[in-house]
Design a protein around this ligand. Sequence first.
Ligand code: GDP
Length: 305
Amino acid sequence: MFNSLSDRLTSTFKNLRGRGRLSEADIDATVREIRRALLDADVAVPVVRQFTASVRERALSAEVSGALNPAQQVVKIVNDELVGILGGETRALQLAKTPPTVIMLAGLQGAGKTTLAGKLGLALKEQGHTPLLVAADLQRPNAVTQLSVVAERAGVPVFAPHPGNQGMETDAVIGDPVGVARQGVAEARAKQHDVVIVDTAGRLGVDQVLMQQAADIRDAVTPDEVLFVIDAMIGQDAVATAQAFLAGVDFTGVVLSKLDGDARGGAALSVATVTGRPIMFASTGEKLTDFEVFHPDRMASRILD
Ligand code: GDP
């Protein structure tokens, strides 16, 4: 991900190497290159506009500094602005004062929610937490089974309904995702799990029924965190999808999934700025360990490396 953006930006900076003071025309030419690189990488237009205006203004007013030559100064400004659009600070999970902490996952079908439930469950377990996964995605027949498989791989228990409730100690039924979510949280409280991760249904496109169901689950379990999972491979649609989920369910943080892919990825980079919500985690593969806390500064350095 971001290889072509990275190449374009670094070659723009290469053209400035060895130059003395930059004229306004030099800065404008550089900013134009940066604008093209960002747009070609699918970064959302309003984000590009804000980004380039800010780079231009800062580059024009940059003092001649003893420590950095003009090219290095431009790189530093672009780096700072990239960190800014990616949300600035690293944002950790907010744990509830009184356990269990409830984390709800939302996003389109195929975004990587179920996989993320396993990854997050495993990471939390390794930090000494006792997570419970809750299968409230009852839209796809396979989803409950898939979450159970992921939970088993992570070595984390799962609360799941059964069709007709056969042989289960729970009375949760397959047709009632809100009830399953509520009972899952009650189960966590009763069995002293300190974190509950509630997986919810996604559709292929944004739809009102799905949005209402997610909002009902949110109202039923009052989550401490709602994580919106977005597939970085979906390109330009990422921004509109994020805005639809922000309006329909609201969320406290973003998880970028499939960052191991080779898409241009700029739209995903726009999501924090467009929604005002921080990117908290990155999913980088199908294995449960392909998962990391998202650090805006490290991502910016990786892009400008
Ligand atoms: P859900 O419908 O949102 O629950 O999505 P899933 O968790 O079922 O993921 C959909 C597909 O994407 C599955 O085949 C996953 O193995 C795959 N997947 C999930 N996260 C990643 C990731 O970070 N990288 C890659 N390459 N594949 C992923």
